[in-house]
Write a protein that binds this ligand. Structure first.
Ligand SMILES: *[C@@H]1O[C@H](CO)[C@@H](O)[C@H](O)[C@H]1NC(C)=O
Ligand SMILES: *[C@@H]1O[C@H](CO)[C@@H](O)[C@H](O)[C@H]1NC(C)=O
Ligand SMILES: *[C@@H]1O[C@H](CO)[C@@H](O)[C@H](O)[C@H]1NC(C)=O
Ligand SMILES: *[C@@H]1O[C@H](CO)[C@@H](O)[C@H](O)[C@H]1NC(C)=O
Ligand SMILES: *[C@@H]1O[C@H](CO)[C@@H](O)[C@H](O)[C@H]1NC(C)=O
Ligand SMILES: *[C@@H]1O[C@H](CO)[C@@H](O)[C@H](O)[C@H]1NC(C)=O
Ligand SMILES: *[C@@H]1O[C@H](CO)[C@@H](O)[C@H](O)[C@H]1NC(C)=O
Length: 606
């Protein structure tokens, strides 16, 4: 992903200065330096609609009040300040009590362009992190709809909307992004459903409602870039000072993360020992493990082991036309429970959140939103941190290589936990927060470092339990599995041309259980994508090739069920089956589905 022009120049320079000794070796995972193919230059055809497979947003039956908040053509926007617009709440809507608020991003582009990362912020609070689709000669359109009801308290106040999308337009890269951002406010059918909290009402609103106040943990305007922090290496933490009101009784930090340039494909980065031993240039190192650590006043409070989002120019750009990569149009965010630590920050003074990335290479774009619930019956709450444990990373690693042929194993685990109480008008509530992570990566290299096989699995298990005395007010458990498999092989054909074959499997699997007093709900998501393709790349441009993608998305929740099985090849949808509604007598959500979909588990690489 070309989020920095200087990086482009650097890569171009380093590519042109490759020594004769390694000119037959190509950089393994290609980044967006490969622009979209112009296989057919007929520019009079109709635009192709690109999309990310996602479940629909469950909407009330009311007529929405919709507003165009911003319209802009992003052409030469690289290194320029974000585009700003004055945001005003929907004061003319026939109702002021909403049960759903949706952000709609829609864009068109035509020509040739890289995938560009972008962010949308309101009052410094990030609402959407996303990547643009790569256009084609006949033009493309795409739409992203995101449920932003979670930001209710922010959206009913005036503020400044900021959009940063760094684009460069020249004779080769001609695609301008024509963008519209709309907000849709759906009035509540019934008072209980204001803020979409009907299903999760709790005697303590903090465990079932949207936050009363959201503080930005991002960079302040003016800037000639996004409001995110840029983390360039493992010893480059970024920090932000903030101050909370005195009557907070619950706090959650929502973290936005994207990775670019040398860490765009961090899960495929080679061990530095291998790169050094083989005198390789132009390969990203530090091995394939990354984690984002979040600290409060210097002490770790939680971690993010991110999902392997592949942007629309990644691996083989033909995979993502028109079905884009899992998470690429709406990057996942990660919640860190801050409530046990409230005692440390309820003093009216400035405190500091810090972000760092283990093993990071340039560059990680990170910021966060601090969701706060306030006690409206008291002016001051009090708390005590009881326990806070963050054991060091447990890392095991085995490198076995001879020349360019090798196998590398990396296994990592981490557990973080904390507990503390907060006394408010709701009583003395004890909150326990736990995160457990496991990671494994098996990488095989061959064919003069042109063949790479990656098999990675990230597993996380998180829980928040809030108790008053011996009774449980709320318990939230989230389990995630992020498997990722890639086979990538390339052959140098001379004259700056390479031919490569790639196939992949990745999945975002998640189970959530929520138990708030008498209300129980659970959901499960299995979102699996496979692709196979080949391409010929000449001077960083795809000149021919084919990409085929298959995706099966299955969501079962208490509010809706959704199934979609869709596949495409060569820009064309081959099959698309959608099933809405929950099957009666279906197996319970929590039935173990331990990697059942994983097609390679019997075929160890080592
Ligand atoms: C370009 O596309 C249009 C519409 O699909 C078609 O009518 C026309 O024949 C095409 N022109 C060429 C040169 O392929
Ligand atoms: C890490 O990045 C920071 C910020 O650019 C820089 O000042 C520092 O020298 C870098 N450290 C290393 C070890 O490269
Ligand atoms: C790497 O470079 C060093 C120094 O130039 C040289 O001694 C060594 O033989 C090279 N190794 C390989 C595998 O080419
Ligand atoms: C998740 O962690 C909790 C405790 O932290 C443990 O009791 C539970 O068994 C774990 N579940 C899974 C599926 O790993
Ligand atoms: C990926 O492609 C390689 C080479 O064509 C093949 O050997 C391998 O079985 C493929 N893997 C999958 C999962 O399709
Ligand atoms: C998805 O559709 C393809 C093509 O129709 C079919 O072969 C496959 O079995 C389907 N997968 C699931 C999980 O339904
Ligand atoms: C892709 O489709 C185009 C027509 O839309 C066709 O000309 C081309 O040969 C196809 N490519 C492959 C590899 O099948």
């Amino acid at each position: 992903m070309a989020s920095s022009l200087s990086f482009l120049l650097l890569i171009l320079l380093s590519l042109s200065s490759l020594s004769a000794a390694n000119v037959h070796r190509t950089k393994l995972l290609r980044s967006s330096l490969i622009s979209g193919p112009e296989l057919r230059t007929n520019s009079t055809g109709s635009p192709t609609r690109f999309f990310e497979v996602a479940r629909p947003i469950k909407l009330p039956k009311t007529k929405p009040c919709s507003y165009l908040a911003l319209q802009h053509d992003f052409a030469r926007t690289y290194g320029k300040p974000p585009v700003l617009a004055k945001y005003t709440p929907p004061s003319t809507c026939y109702s002021q009590r909403f049960s759903k608020i949706v952000l709609e991003w829609s864009a068109t582009s035509k020509g040739r362009q890289f995938d560009r990362i972008f962010g949308v912020w309101l009052g410094g609070v990030e609402l959407l992190r996303s990547c643009t689709a790569e256009p084609r000669a006949t033009g493309i359109v795409w739409t992203v709809k995101k449920d932003i009801t979670r930001y209710y308290s922010l959206l009913v106040k005036s503020g400044t909307l900021a959009v940063s999308l760094g684009n460069v337009v020249d004779r080769t890269y001609t695609g301008v992004y024509h963008v519209k951002i709309k907000f849709h406010f759906y009035p509540a059918e019934d008072e209980h459903l204001v803020g979409d909290v009907g299903n999760s009402r709790n005697s303590v609103p903090g465990y079932g409602s949207n936050a009363d106040l959201i503080l930005p943990i991002s960079r302040n305007l003016p800037l000639n870039d996004g409001l995110w922090f840029e983390i360039e290496n493992a010893t480059d933490p970024e920090t932000k000072e903030f101050r909370v009101p005195l009557n907070v009784y619950r706090a959650v930090l929502e973290v936005y993360v994207s990775f670019h340039e040398n860490d765009e494909f961090w899960y495929g980065n080679l061990p530095s020992e291998y790169i050094e031993a083989n005198n390789l240039t132009g390969f990203a190192g530090n091995g394939p493990f990354r984690e984002v650590l979040v600290s409060l006043d210097g002490a770790v409070v939680g971690a993010v082991w991110p999902f392997t989002v592949v942007y629309t120019g990644g691996i083989n750009p033909l995979f993502w036309r028109p079905i884009t990569g899992v998470g690429s149009f709406d990057l996942p965010t990660y919640d860190i429970e801050i409530t046990p630590f409230l005692a440390k920050i309820l003093d009216g003074k400035l405190h500091e959140f810090g972000f760092s990335v283990t093993n990071a290479l340039n560059v990680w774009l990170i910021d966060a939103n601090l969701h706060l619930w306030l006690d409206d019956k008291s002016t001051k709450t009090a708390g005590k941190l009881l326990t806070s444990n963050c054991l060091p990373l447990a890392v095991s690693s085995a490198l076995d290589f001879k020349g360019f042929d090798g196998k590398f194993l990396t296994g990592v685990s981490r557990s973080i936990s904390s507990s503390g109480w907060v006394k408010s008008s709701y009583g003395k509530i004890m909150t326990t927060w736990k995160q457990e992570f496991k990671y494994s990566n098996i990488m095989a290299m061959g064919n003069h470092a042109n063949l790479q096989i990656i098999k990675q699995l990230i597993h996380s298990n998180e829980s928040v339990v809030a108790k008053k005395g011996s009774s449980t007010l709320a318990s939230i458990r989230v389990y995630r599995d992020f498997p990722f498999y890639l086979y990538s092989n390339s052959v140098d054909q001379g004259k700056d041309t390479t031919f490569s074959t790639d196939n992949f499997t990745m999945a975002f699997n998640e189970r959530r259980h929520r138990d708030s007093g008498s209300m129980r709900s659970s959901s499960s998501l299995s979102n699996v994508q496979n692709g196979q393709g080949y391409m010929t790349v000449k001077k960083h441009l795809v000149v021919s090739g084919l990409g085929s993608t298959q995706q099966v998305y299955k969501y079962d929740g208490s509010e809706l069920c959704y199934f979609r099985n869709v596949s495409s090849s060569n820009y064309t949808i081959l099959n698309d089956d959608i099933v809405k509604g929950c099957k009666k007598g279906a197996e319970p959500h929590h039935a173990s589905r331990s990697n059942r979909w994983w097609p390679f588990r019997t075929r160890g690489l080592i």
